[in-house]
Ligand binder design. Structure first.
Ligand code: ZN
Length: 100
């Protein structure tokens, strides 16, 4: 259960960062660990693949320092999804964190 909830938050982090800049797996693992999420490649890469196959991310493979790396960016559909989530996060925040 905790994993399900965390995975939803992780997906929002992914969309958010992919909107700002190109992202890649190892960088995301570091970023997410800074937020207290302990996510390994075995969970992250399938999550990225799902977001890609859903049309929310695009992926471009490039070779950097002789290593093949997949870079992801948000798509227009991903932006629509993220903006919808922003509204829901705001609402959730108002209700759960700052009740009037
Ligand atoms: Zn983040």
């Amino acid at each position: 259960m905790i994993r399900d909830l965390e995975l939803a938050f992780i997906k929002i982090h992914i969309l958010f960062h992919a909107e700002k800049e190109e992202i890649f797996g190892v960088g995301l693992i570091a970023e997410l660990s800074g937020h207290g999420y302990d996510i390994g490649p075995g969970t992250l890469y399938p999550t990225l693949a799902k977001l890609e196959s859903g049309g929310y991310l695009t992926c471009q493979a490039r070779t950097v320092d002789r290593k093949q790396r997949k870079y992801y960016r948000i798509t227009p559909a991903g932006k629509v999804l993220l903006n919808g989530m922003r509204k829901k996060i705001e609402e959730l925040y108002q209700e759960v964190i700052q009740p009037k």
